[in-house]
Design a protein around this ligand. Structure first.
Ligand code: ADP
Length: 397
C-alpha cells in the first residue's frame, strides 16, 4: 500500500472522524468488498476478487485482501484514509457464543477460530480476512457481524434436533441458521414498506440466492429458520440439496461406497437445481423450460414445492402472517418463482397480483392483490449496508 491519502482531512493531526466503513465478505473462493459512506449510505467503491486459489486467480486470501487494498488505493480511497472509521467483517458462524455484532479483539478472534469445526468451509476464510485487515490497519476498530446472530432467538423447540441430548450438547449440534443479516434487514424493511412498527409485524422472509433460506420473524424476532447446523438444510438451492432424509447419507456410504467427503461434495456442490437439471442459474432454467426441457421443469417444480412447504410450515409456526417477503437474486428477480410459489394459497390469505408481480422494478414493492390478507413483497436485501450500520454503531461506541 502506498502512503497516499485521499481528500479526507485529518483535522491537522487532531481527532479524526471517519465516516466510512469498509465491509469485507471473505468467502471460500472470493472476497467481496464495499466501502460505505455512512453520511448518506452511498458506496464510493465496491468489488470482488474471485477465483482465490484457482488457476488464473490470486494465490490466497492474503493476496486477495492486498488486491482489495491496492484497488481502493488506486481510486484514492486507500485503507490508510483518515475517512475510514472501521472495518466490518461478515463471519458465517458465531455458534451460541456470538449473538450480537462484536468488536474484534485477540480473544474474540480466538473464539471465532474455536468455531471452525462448525463451519470448516467458511470461518477459516473469514478469519484470514480479519487477520489481514488488522495487520493493514491495526489502529482501526474491526467488527465481526455473524450470519447466525439473528437466529439466536429461535426457541429451543425449533432449534433442537430430536437426537441424543448428550451427543448434541457435546458436539454443539442444533439449528443455528444463516443469512441472518439479510433476514433481519429484510424483515425490518418489509415492516417499513407496510408503514408499520416491526414489533407489530409477522413476516416470512424467503432469501432465495445461490444459497436459500426461509425464516419466520415474529415482531422483529426470529422464531424459526430453514437452515440448520450448516447451510445445507432446508430449501432447494443452486447446488445444495436442502432437506434430505439423513438415511440417504448412510445409503450412499453403505451401498454406493462413498466416503464422507464425497457425500459432502455431492450434497453441497452437485445437488439442488444443478443436480436435478445441470444448471444452477434460475435464468437458464427459465430459458430451458421455455424450450420444453423436462429436466429444467422438474428442477423448477421441486424448488417451488419445497418453498411452498416452508411457507405453509412457517404460517403454522407464526399463527398470524402479515407478509411474505421475497429477496436475493431469485427472490428479487424471478417473477415465475414468486408466481408459482404463491399460487393457490388463498386459503392462507395469500393472493398475488400477477400483473404487479411481473413488473420489473427497483426497490421494495408490494406484489399482492389489495384484497390479500397477507401482503406479498419483493424487498431487495442489502447485507453490506446492514453490516456497515452495525459496524459503525459499535465503532462509534
Ligand atoms: P449469492 O447467494 O451468491 O449472493 P444472489 O443473491 O446474487 O446470490 O443470487 C444469485 C442467483 O440469482 C443466480 O444464481 C440466479 O439463479 C438468480 N438470478 C439472478 N438474476 C436473475 C433473474 N433476472 N431471473 C432469475 N433469477 C435470477
Amino acid at each position: 500500500m502506498s502512503g497516499r491519502q485521499d481528500d479526507g482531512r485529518a483535522d491537522g493531526g487532531g481527532e479524526q472522524h471517519g465516516t466510512r466503513v469498509l465491509v469485507l465478505n471473505s468467502g471460500s473462493s472470493s472476497v467481496k468488498y464495499q466501502l460505505v459512506e455512512m453520511a448518506d449510505e452511498s458506496r464510493p467503491a465496491a468489488g470482488v476478487v474471485e477465483r482465490i486459489g484457482e488457476r488464473g486467480g490470486v494465490a490466497d486470501h492474503a493476496q486477495a485482501l492486498r488486491t482489495v487494498a491496492e484497488r481502493l488505493d488506486a481510486e484514492g480511497l486507500g485503507l490508510d484514509s483518515p475517512r475510514l472509521a472501521a472495518v466490518g467483517h461478515r463471519v458465517v458462524h458465531g455458534g451460541t457464543r456470538f449473538t450480537e455484532p462484536t468488536l474484534i479483539t485477540d480473544e474474540v478472534l480466538a473464539e471465532i477460530r474455536a468455531l471452525v469445526p462448525l463451519a470448516p468451509l467458511h470461518n477459516p476464510a473469514n478469519i484470514t480476512g480479519i487477520e489481514v485487515a488488522r495487520r493493514l490497519r491495526p489502529d482501526l476498530p474491526q467488527v465481526a457481524v455473524f450470519d447466525t446472530a439473528f437466529h439466536a432467538t429461535i426457541p429451543e423447540a425449533a432449534a433442537r434436533y430430536a437426537i441424543d441430548a448428550a451427543t448434541a450438547e457435546r458436539y454443539g449440534i442444533r439449528r443455528y441458521g444463516f443469512h441472518g443479516t439479510s433476514h433481519a434487514y429484510v424483515s425490518q424493511a418489509t415492516a417499513a414498506l407496510l408503514g408499520r412498527d416491526p414489533a407489530d409485524v409477522n413476516v416470512i422472509v424467503l432469501h432465495l440466492g445461490n444459497g436459500a433460506s426461509a425464516s419466520a420473524v415474529r415482531g422483529g424476532v426470529c422464531v424459526d429458520t430453514s437452515m440448520g447446523l450448516t447451510p445445507l438444510e432446508g430449501l432447494v438451492m443452486g447446488t445444495r440439496s436442502g432437506d434430505v432424509d439423513p438415511g440417504v447419507v448412510f445409503h450412499l456410504a453403505r451401498v454406493a461406497g462413498m466416503g464422507t467427503d464425497d457425500i459432502d461434495t455431492l450434497l453441497n456442490k452437485k445437488s439442488g437445481l444443478l443436480g436435478l437439471c445441470g444448471a444452477n442459474d434460475m435464468r437458464e432454467i427459465g430459458r430451458r423450460m421455455a424450450e420444453g426441457d423436462a429436466d429444467a421443469r422438474l428442477a423448477f417444480d421441486v424448488y417451488v414445492h419445497r418453498l411452498r412447504r416452508y411457507v405453509g410450515a412457517f404460517t403454522a409456526v407464526l399463527g398470524r402472517v402479515d407478509a411474505v417477503a421475497f429477496t436475493a437474486g431469485v427472490g428479487e428477480n424471478s417473477a415465475a418463482v414468486r408466481e408459482a410459489a404463491m399460487s393457490g394459497l388463498q386459503g392462507l390469505g395469500i393472493t398475488l397480483d400477477s400483473v404487479a408481480n411481473a413488473v420489473r422494478a427497483p426497490g421494495a414493492r408490494l406484489v399482492s392483490a389489495p384484497s390479500s390478507r397477507v401482503a406479498v413483497a419483493v424487498v431487495p436485501t442489502d447485507e453490506e449496508l446492514a453490516i456497515a450500520r452495525d459496524t459503525y454503531a459499535l465503532a462509534r461506541g
